[in-house]
Design a protein. Structure first.
Ligand SMILES: Cc1ncc(COP(=O)(O)O)c(C=O)c1O
Length: 395
């Protein structure tokens, strides 16, 4: 055990002194001790990475690819990523307009560090993935939350116009579709209506499309196809190819901007890891990977349908889960709420859920279930939730 010199205590930045560890992971750990608990807590695929993708990583190591790789990722990876985006979503990217990052997590930090000066504002429709607000605050920017609870968890053109009236100098807007924690997706016409407003501004649009391959009832529409000149697009292999541990994400943006984002990326990480780059190159390549992703999507949809049926049977209000692997539903207004409620559900119903509060104040009163777990467990968890909530009135 090594003790920090007393003169160095409390000299670090306030953000880390006052910060708390990730609440979702801590809670998920906490309820692991409950016998027979089914955890619908953590947001990561339960599938194994497809074999041909693993093999590409293994070959990279066997071939002694042990030196620093190109900072933005290899040409092969960037070409395959560009082809993937262009063929799936109708974007027009070249390999030079792509950076391979250490997951979308790094892409988020790199982007806000590049575009925000101290005090610059970023509009975030809420509830939303907490890392955006964390990164914005970390780099000295300011978060402008827009509560979308009353509009099916989607930002509307009216809300955006209104927000721009009170925050005319906002620098950027974040759109996440499919959404985490809500699983909600924007349709083409909804995005087009937003684009009509955004086009009149000088806002950067940070479009996080990490769940783009996990869309069930309609095709995914990329903001980067509708408004490429203002969009900073995030995608990656974490969710689509069950590769969260490989840590490869991508940023796609106009070349002028990519060159500036690349400077921050290089300062932070030098380059992504070679074996992970080789595996992601294979994942983005055409062919067998499509079949693997399709298989996962079909299975996620089966689970979604089962869980959605249970939440309907329990008479609970929900957001329509068009994509990702989350179901977002409302706890009955009477009775326990938020962290007290999920602790009670874990103890009595033996189902692990995440309270909406983990996704910001605007998530209060709601619950997130991740169905990235075995179908049989999802069905059983759904039945347990019906038993727990059964008899409650819809609210
Ligand atoms: C909306 C969203 N963006 C980004 C990430 C992080 O992705 P990565 O694992 O590629 O860093 C997640 C992970 O849960 C997410 O839900």
């Amino acid at each position: 055990m090594v003790e920090l010199k007393s003169g160095l205590a409390a000299t670090t930045i306030p953000l880390v002194q006052n910060g708390k560890p990730n609440a979702i992971l801590a809670f998920s750990q906490e309820i692991s001790t409950i016998p027979d608990v089914i955890k619908l807590t953590v947001g990561e695929p339960d599938f194994n990475t497809p074999e041909h993708i693993k093999q590409a990583g293994i070959e990279s190591i066997a071939n002694n690819e042990s030196h620093y790789g190109p900072s933005n990722g290899t040409v092969a990876l960037r070409e395959n990523a560009a082809t993937f985006l262009n063929s799936h979503y109708g974007t027009q990217y070249d390999a030079d307009e792509i950076i391979a990052t250490i997951g979308v997590t790094e892409a988020i930090y790199v982007t806000f560090k590049t575009i925000l000066n101290a005090g610059d504002e970023v509009i975030i429709p809420t509830p939303n993935f907490p890392l955006y607000a964390g990164a914005i605050t970390f780099v000295g920017g300011k978060v402008v939350n827009v509560n979308t609870t009353a509009t099916d968890f989607k930002l509307t053109p009216d809300q955006l116009r209104e927000t721009l009236t009170t925050h005319p100098n906002a620098k950027a807007l974040v759109i996440t579709s499919p959404g985490n924690p809500t699983g909600v997706i924007y349709s083409k016409s909804e995005l087009e209506a937003l684009v009509a407003v955004i086009r009149e501004t000088n806002l950067f649009v940070v479009s996080d499309e990490i769940y783009s391959e996990l869309v069930f009832d309609q095709n995914h529409v990329s903001l980067a196809a509708l408004l490429p000149e203002q969009t900073i697009l995030f995608n990656g292999v974490s969710k689509s190819h069950a590769m969260t541990g490989y840590r490869i994400g991508i940023i796609a943006a106009p070349a002028d901007l990519i060159n500036q984002l690349a400077i921050v990326h290089q300062l932070i990480v030098t380059a992504p890891t070679n074996a992970a780059v080789a595996a992601a190159t294979e994942a983005f390549g055409a062919g067998a990977d499509d079949a693997a992703t399709t298989g996962m999507r079909v299975e996620y949809q089966r689970r979604r349908d089962a869980l959605l049926a249970a939440v309907k049977t329990a008479g609970l209000t929900y957001a329509y889960p068009g994509g990702a692997f989350y179901l977002w539903f409302k706890a009955p207004a009477d009775g326990l709420q938020d962290w007290d409620l999920v602790r009670d559900i874990a103890q009595k119903a033996k189902v692990g859920l995440i309270p909406g509060l983990a996704f910001g104040e605007d998530g209060r009163g709601w619950l997130r279930a991740s169905y990235a777990t075995r179908y049989e467990d999802v069905v059983e968890a759904g039945q347990r939730l019906v038993n727990y909530f059964g008899g409650q009135d819809e609210n």
